[in-house]
Ligand binder design. Sequence first.
Ligand SMILES: [Fe+2]
Ligand SMILES: [Fe+2]
Length: 293
Amino acid sequence: MSQQALHNAKEMVAREKLEFGIDETAPRWWYENNPYKSRLIDAIQAAFPDGERYFISSVRPFRDQITDPVLKEEVKTFIRQEGQHGIVHSRYNQLLRDRGLDVDAITGFIKWIDSFHTKNFSKEYNLALTCAFEHFTAMLAETFFEKKETMAGADPNFRAMLAWHAVEEMEHKAVAYDVMQKVAKVGYFKRNAAMVHVILFLTYLSLRFTNTLLKGDGFSFGQRMWMTVKCQWWLYGPKGIISSRFGSLFSYFKPGFHPWQQAAIHNYDAWLQTYERTGDPIAAGDALYRAAY
Ligand SMILES: [Fe+2]
Ligand SMILES: [Fe+2]
């Protein structure tokens, strides 16, 4: 699917009441049975429900000023999609909580920092922070689903949940950005200052809260530090899941950047067609995974 075809409000669908069959039978460490890798992604996803409420609340103050009917419609779908993501990730958070993990340390911190940002920064800067976060979530699809080997050792149900979220993030990746540029008129410096802010924030969040969750799993301080060191290669080595995205990530700093300059992942159609045919997000997640390189 071309970027142009993807950039069509009709393609942005808020899919609701999805079931991923993730319950108490789910593996504790769903990613390659690796505690560090599983908990790193768990820590980031634990921040989604409150984070996504913040994204919605930072777009809302500009809604009345939007005159373009297409953008108005896109904002509506963006809000519905983010709302659904929040519901599904809250359910997964409850499972982590039931397993004795301190998820509330993460959600409490996110609530606090969101209200700090809202109170202390302008609504334009808050929207710029949202756009920077949205650039990261837009990269979820390429990070986890472009190459088959990345998700080969993942639990299929969790993989499907992440696939659905990644697909919808790709679909609405330009919505907040268009509001920022066309309505809030945020300039180059503020947009990029917000991105630096978000890079530092996500680094801090992931290091601190992966450690919190691993503590809940019963690992000692020494074991947690060793796992952290060992997994840096997976993150930042030559084929690291983060380092191999540096090109996409840093393109945000280019003057004239727009999210639609980056194409959708090649296997997006496989997810879309399977979901349209079956209405089953687990089958769609499986199709996305199988169609990866
Ligand atoms: Fe989302
Ligand atoms: Fe999003």
